[in-house]
Ligand binder design. Structure first.
Ligand code: ZN
Length: 177
């Protein structure tokens, strides 16, 4: 598993981050307990190894649906953009400082689709297939941790996606000289 990018989140986030996680279903609590330890967990079938999000029984053994066969295990927290949208409207004043921002359906490396907010990038520069990795924001005043996704940095370079694409253009023009 590649080393996780430990940089803090640079995207400005609104006061909504302190709102309590009031809609967490007990079946999904192991996921949030993992997030609190900066550990990304998926539901995993002990019999065949398939991964799921959220908690469910394995569809590969529909003859004997058995919750006891399922467990939560730590996974990579990496994936790529399966689909995304850019939010422009301020439907809630707590998000005002953040628009426009990207929300993605992330196709995790282990297979399941996971909805997540994209941070630390220009939302117009990402595209379907852009590699993402999870990044955690501890919110001590609320007593919880929130998971976000940001584009994977290839070499620890601090360049943004836009700057990287500009760098490629520059190299091309040098090569043509
Ligand atoms: Zn299975």
């Amino acid at each position: 598993m590649p080393a996780r990018d430990q940089r803090p989140i640079e995207t400005k986030l609104g006061p909504w981050i302190t709102r309590p996680l009031e809609l967490v279903h007990p079946d999904v609590m192991p996921f949030w307990e993992g997030v609190g330890k900066h550990e990304f967990r998926l539901c995993h079938c002990k019999r065949c190894g398939a991964f799921y999000w959220p908690f469910t029984v394995c569809i590969n053994h529909a003859d004997i649906p058995d919750f006891d066969e399922m467990e939560w295990v730590p996974v990579s927290g990496r994936g790529k953009i399966f689909s995304y949208l850019v939010v422009h409207q301020v439907h809630d004043p707590d998000f005002r400082a953040e628009v426009p921002y990207g929300v993605a359906m992330v196709e995790l490396d282990e297979g399941p689709l996971f909805p997540g907010r994209i941070v630390d990038s220009d939302p117009y520069q990402v595209k379907i297939g852009t590699p993402l990795e999870v990044v955690y924001l501890d919110v001590p005043e609320a007593g919880h941790t929130l998971p976000f996704f940001r584009p994977v940095q290839e070499s620890g370079s601090p360049l943004t996606t836009r700057e990287r694409s500009g760098e490629h253009t520059l190299r091309k023009s040098h090569g043509a000289e």
